[in-house]
Design a protein. Structure first.
Length: 83
């Protein structure tokens, strides 16, 4: 199972409890850094506070699961910001 699917399986139900959907999960290398980029959406516009709230939900889940061996940057962004 790939990292993206594992991450989605771990966190999707938790963030859905606050009305947030996981749109995409990408684990990519950009330059010398690796990013775990999670694009989120919800019925109303996603603001910075929502991104912070989702980060605070997801980060401890990922730390506990320990499914990514390398150092990475967790990047929570909204679907709207990519348009």
């Amino acid at each position: 199972m790939d990292i993206e699917k594992k991450v989605r399986d771990l966190v999707a139900s938790k963030v859905s409890e606050i009305g947030v959907n996981i749109e995409t999960v990408e684990y990519v290398k950009e330059g010398s850094n690796k990013f775990l980029r999670i694009v989120i959406s919800k019925d109303v516009a996603v603001d910075v506070d929502t991104c912070v709230e989702v980060t605070n939900i997801i980060s401890p889940i990922l730390d506990e699961a320990n499914i990514i061996d390398d150092s990475y940057i967790l990047d929570i962004t909204s679907k709207e910001s990519g348009q």
